[in-house]
Design a protein around this ligand. Sequence first.
Ligand code: ADP
Ligand code: MG
Length: 266
Amino acid sequence: MPSSSTPTPSPQDLLYEGKAKCIYRTPDPQVYLCRYKDDATAFNAQKRGSIAGKGEVNCTVSSHLFQYLGQQGIRTHFLAQTGPTEMLVRAVTILPLEVVVRNRSAGSLCRRLGLERGLPIDPPVLEFYYKNDALGDPLVTPDHIRLLKLATPEQVEQLGSLALTINRHLQVFWQTCHLELVDFKLEFGLNPDGAILLADEISPDTCRLWDWSGGQASEPQVLDKDLFRFDLGDPVAGYQEVLQRVLQVVAPAKLSQPQVGPMPIH
Ligand code: ADP
Ligand code: MG
């Protein structure tokens, strides 16, 4: 599917290989090519494996979500999906922060605070983590961020309000897919003008997505990376299910050219 305008990246163009994606330079210094991998890691890479088809699911889901958020007025790094596992993005300087929004208790929130899993959280909880593998991505407060000069207080304000706005848009989107957005992680970067752009990915790797179709009284069906983390079910099938639901919602936009056309939410 790669278009003729997208050169196949060569190894010497590889800028950075992360746990889930490779970032390549392109002939345009303002543009990177991001290639999504099937590799899966959890618990700060202590658990490693692979989920067949994950790269394609995450690239395609992210492409549609970035376009949807763009239509809602959110500035993102997304330019175009150029292949099943490839997208072109604006090169940004990533702020070394993970911004997390939580609408229901799960994961480390329960571990850290002794909360029962699955409690609704309204208004949502906002958290910042220092993106630093050696330290295990610790939770940081706005004062810690100032102390470490990871971002200015004004940027922290902006990141928080952007994340909460994005939460409202994403809740609507996932609801249309009959999934509840339990929590999610965002990364942001600065463009050469210093403007904040939403970057990285939004996918079942970075969102907790629960299906309540069995009824609120029963256990929700998990359709995200917790399938892999906690061996809750078949991650390959779970990721494909999420992709199918997204494609149904965005049906009129062609998969081969997701950057064009409207993306109505039914
Ligand atoms: P990680 O192992 O840190 O989770 P990933 O494999 O998910 O890394 O992604 C690779 C790297 O690409 C990450 O450090 C991420 O912050 C970075 N990145 C994402 N989008 C952009 C962008 N537009 N410009 C520069 N770097 C980016
Ligand atoms: Mg990542």
